[in-house]
Design a protein around this ligand. Structure first.
Ligand SMILES: Nc1ncnc2c1ncn2[C@@H]1O[C@H](COP(=O)(O)OP(=O)(O)OP(=O)(O)O)[C@@H](O)[C@H]1O
Length: 232
């Protein structure tokens, strides 16, 4: 079943025409990667889905419902979570408090925190520390855990590996793989081997358009079809 559909989205920042007709689909249970150079519109695609920068033309459909033009919180209420590039954790709160405040009202907070700590044992070890004192990798895991306890059916994850050392990237990748067991994921990732490793399918974005797509297991990071859009 198709969970998310973006159809011919055109998005502007002021006068700048950033998305020039992006179309893509994400099926329930899939992990889909958006890859492409810096500044081609990957983050803007996520922002367009969330209606943070609504498209001026085209549509975003979630579970078949046209959500174009809704408020961002209304999209979020339908089960769409966002883990932005800048991670947005509360640096003054402890690790545990950060997780707790991400649990939606009415859910069992203790059970949700326990689940998060099972997926990310590192976080349990540091549960009483101020989140601002965590390493970059730990902050990324905290951001992911906050997305996971949010009870989302679709997680939009922006550049989870950015700025992290290779060993930590592996840990984050494992965590994303775990997360993918019960959440659909649309992932923006510049690290192509990682993107292909995590994803079932991929889309290549260039100059505000989807220019290639395919199955991750039928391609490799040195595929010429991809490389031409990724090298500077
Ligand atoms: N708030 C903004 N106002 C004006 N232009 C913006 C704004 N945010 C992004 N842009 C521009 O929109 C274009 C697409 O940016 P976007 O962040 O979507 O790219 P990206 O593919 O995600 O790359 P990156 O990995 O660098 O974020 C870039 O040229 C960028 O400079």
């Amino acid at each position: 079943m198709t969970l998310l559909e973006v159809e011919n989205a055109h998005t502007y920042y002021g006068e700048s025409h950033i998305l020039e007709g992006v179309s893509l689909e994400v099926g329930e249970g899939e992990v889909v990667a958006l890859v492409g150079r810096n500044g081609v519109g990957k983050t803007t695609t996520l922002r367009t889905i969330l209606q943070l920068t609504p498209p001026s033309e085209g549509a975003v459909r979630y579970r078949g419902e046209d959500v174009t033009g809704l408020a961002t919180h209304e999209v979020a209420d339908r089960g769409v979570g966002w883990i932005p590039e800048e991670r947005r954790i509360f640096t003054q709160l402890s690790v545990e408090e950060n997780v707790k405040v991400a649990v939606p009202e009415g859910n069992d907070v203790r059970a949700a925190v326990e689940r998060a700590f099972e997926t990310f044992p590192d976080l349990r070890d540091h549960k009483d520390r101020d989140a601002g004192n965590l390493s970059g990798g730990q902050q990324q895991m905290l951001a992911l855990s906050r997305g996971l306890v949010g009870d989302n059916d679709l997680l939009l994850v922006d550049e989870p590996s950015e700025g992290l050392a290779p060993l930590i990237v592996e840990r984050v990748a494992e965590a994303l793989n775990d997360a993918a067991e019960d959440t659909t994921i649309l992932l923006v990732e510049q690290n192509l081997p990682l993107a292909l490793d995590l994803a079932d399918r991929f889309y290549v974005v260039d100059n505000g358009q989807v220019v290639e797509s395919g199955n991750a297991d039928e391609t490799s990071a040195d595929d010429e079809r991809l490389r031409r859009y990724l090298s500077a």
